[in-house]
Design a protein around this ligand. Structure first.
Ligand code: PMP
Length: 327
């Protein structure tokens, strides 16, 4: 089949067996290669789902401008789909993200607005800035990936069923970090509807409040993380829909060790959230060593999207990170 639109090749990503981790644990650890989406990340699915729902609802028409606040990937997803549909994009991002994402958005021709990385309560936060810009500009549509449930519904309709079919229903556990919660909610709901025994595990970076929220009901965080696009300090409409059995925290040092391990041993170049996901999947596999359990996680984007940071010894030094053999 020849696809006439970028939007037609979002999803249907391969499910890759991570051989080194499967061999080390006696489980089957599988990564869904979301970096193979046209915009290079898992967020293409949410971007397409949000656009198509807004078109159906009459909120988005040719000539309109899509406005969104994002750590970058949702903006890239929107901007890859927008041109062929006749939309422009205004993308609002915090100014501390990997340079590669700004460069990509500029190449895609969006209007890029950067703001300081301030707490959510501050009105200059990228979320509030995007909302404000959308209210000021005529013929604009605020994608609002955090509260717009078209986000998780895209994962419930595509990511979940793909994982179910690719594992032929053999999946025992699903592990995922949370940014908006769209992936976690959509996939967990779908998998639990097919097989309630599937164990769902939230992998949270330091600096995020979700681990504490899951354990105690209190949104609280310690530390910080170099991961991008994951971790949050509030319960979003998308996250609310997630069905979660357990939560774990993963440090940046374990995440970066995994990232380098995967590059050297498996030829897998994954981004920071994917490395964090795989570290949590690996720990779950060690807890169930030699059980043969089938564990699925998301390879959200590629290492190349962060190479100016994670393959830069000066950056790693500054953050006190040095990749170690897996423990
Ligand atoms: N990983 C990366 C690299 C991301 O950009 C995002 C989205 N912000 C996520 C993971 C989390 O996905 P979700 O928004 O579906 O929770």
């Amino acid at each position: 089949m020849i696809s006439g639109f970028v939007s037609q090749v979002v999803g249907q990503t391969p499910l890759i067996k991570v051989k080194s981790l499967s061999d080390l644990t006696g489980c089957e650890i599988l990564g869904k290669a979301e970096y193979m989406n046209p915009g290079g990340s898992i967020k293409d699915r949410a971007a397409l789902g949000i656009i198509e729902q807004a078109e159906k609802d009459g909120l988005l028409k040719p000539g309109f401008t899509i406005i969104e606040g994002t750590a970058g990937n949702t903006g890239i997803g929107l901007a890859t789909i927008a041109p062929q549909k006749g939309y422009r994009c205004v993308i609002v991002m915090p100014n501390n993200q990997a340079q590669e994402k700004y460069d990509t958005l500029n190449a895609l021709g969006v209007e890029l607005v950067t703001v300081p990385p301030v707490p959510f309560a501050n009105e200059n936060h990228f979320y509030h800035t995007a909302k404000r810009l959308a209210s000021e500009r005529p013929n604009s549509f605020w994608a609002n990936q955090f509260e717009n449930v078209a986000n998780f519904k895209a994962h419930e309709a595509t990511t979940g069923p793909e994982i179910w079919n690719q594992t032929e229903g053999r999946i025992d556990a699903f592990v995922s970090a949370v940014g908006t919660g769209g992936t976690m909610a959509g996939v967990s709901r779908y998998l639990k509807s097919k097989k309630p025994s599937v164990h769902v595990r939230l992998a949270d970076p330091f600096g995020s409040g979700l681990y504490s929220y899951f354990k105690s009901g209190q949104m609280a965080s310690t530390g910080s993380s170099i991961t991008e696009g994951i971790g949050i300090m509030r319960v979003t409409a998308n996250f609310k829909e997630a069905v979660i059995d357990e939560a774990v925290q993963v440090s940046d040092s374990d995440m970066i060790s995994m990232l380098y391990h995967l590059a050297k041993n498996d030829g897998l170049l994954v981004g920071t959230s994917a490395a964090l996901n795989l570290y949590a999947a690996y720990r779950y596999a060690l807890e169930n060593k030699n059980s043969g359990k089938v564990i699925v996680t998301m390879l959200c984007d590629s290492a190349t999207r962060y190479q100016s940071k994670i393959f830069n010894p000066a950056f790693l030094n500054e953050k006190n990170l040095s990749p170690q053999p897996l423990n």
